[in-house]
Design a binder for this molecule. Structure first.
Ligand code: SF4
Length: 253
């Protein structure tokens, strides 16, 4: 049985919240009605129903809902504070993250750390994840290097239930979408960074969502002046997120 089908059936029967919600979270899962005997199954499954980030991390480690797991080293699930007031969502793990198994550990992650520092945010206070949990890559021409390849929308959709579970467990006050792929996964429709920057959008589950660039865009700037300008705006967006989340940060301390 596909891991997602297993997860959602176990959650639906254990929580008693019914299949409607489960089906929303797992578009490809074909869930039957709990029907007769569901109460008995409910109590039997309650103890083993996945509820924590560790549960979902373990389950995602054997996800095969799209083909990306076949060429990646491992699933790179989100990490950070369980009740973080701010969740940062990127596109997908890169080469280094794929090898290490942790999100935002490569060059873009180091750029993100610099920006967080300038924005007065501490990474240990946040939750960091990606819209897609496996590294999609192609071989560099004539070499052994693995080049990042943008995930297709079908792959982002296939991975969305994992992101949805992270949002449900962490319950962030603000979600910061790093780049257009993350923004689309979080708000549920295509958005352009230029048009949505500076506005507070809503995630599919009602969280406040702020859209900014992916830190790799800062790395790819053509020259120092462009890099400084991009970094300034990026830090400004992170500061805006910090301000929006301040009441939640204070309450959760
Ligand atoms: S990318 Fe996401 S949906 Fe696809 S196999 Fe990996 S964890 Fe599963």
């Amino acid at each position: 049985m596909p891991v997602w089908r297993e997860v959602m059936i176990r959650r639906a029967t254990a929580s008693g919240r019914g299949n409607r919600r489960a089906a929303r979270g797992a578009p490809s899962a074909q869930l039957g009605s709990p029907g007769r005997g569901s109460r008995a199954r409910s109590s039997a499954h309650a103890a083993s129903s996945p509820n924590t980030l560790d549960d979902f991390r373990r389950l995602a480690a054997r996800c095969t809902a799209c083909d990306l797991y076949k060429r990646a080293t491992q699933t790179v699930f989100g990490e950070g504070k369980r009740r973080a007031p701010i969740m940062l969502v990127g596109e997908q793990p890169g080469h280094e993250e794929d090898l290490a198994g942790h999100p935002f550990g490569g060059p873009a992650g180091r750029m993100l750390d610099k920006a967080l520092d300038q924005a007065g945010l501490d990474r240990s206070d946040l939750y960091l994840t990606n819209a897609v949990k496996h590294f999609k890559w192609k071989p560099a021409e004539g070499g052994k290097r693995r080049i990042h390849e943008r995930p297709r929308q079908g792959e982002v959709n296939a991975c969305h239930p994992w992101l949805q579970q992270e949002l449900e467990v962490v319950r962030p006050h603000v979600v910061v979408c790093l780049g257009a792929t993350a923004a689309r996964a979080v708000v549920g429709h295509p958005v352009t960074i230029t048009a949505s920057r500076g506005r507070v959008l809503s995630s599919t589950a009602g969280h406040a969502a702020i859209v900014t660039v992916h830190p790799s865009a800062v790395l790819r700037a053509p020259d120092d002046a462009a890099r400084r300008a991009l970094m300034r705006r990026f830090v400004g967006d992170l500061r805006r997120a910090a301000r929006a989340a301040r009441p939640a940060r204070d309450a959760r301390r």
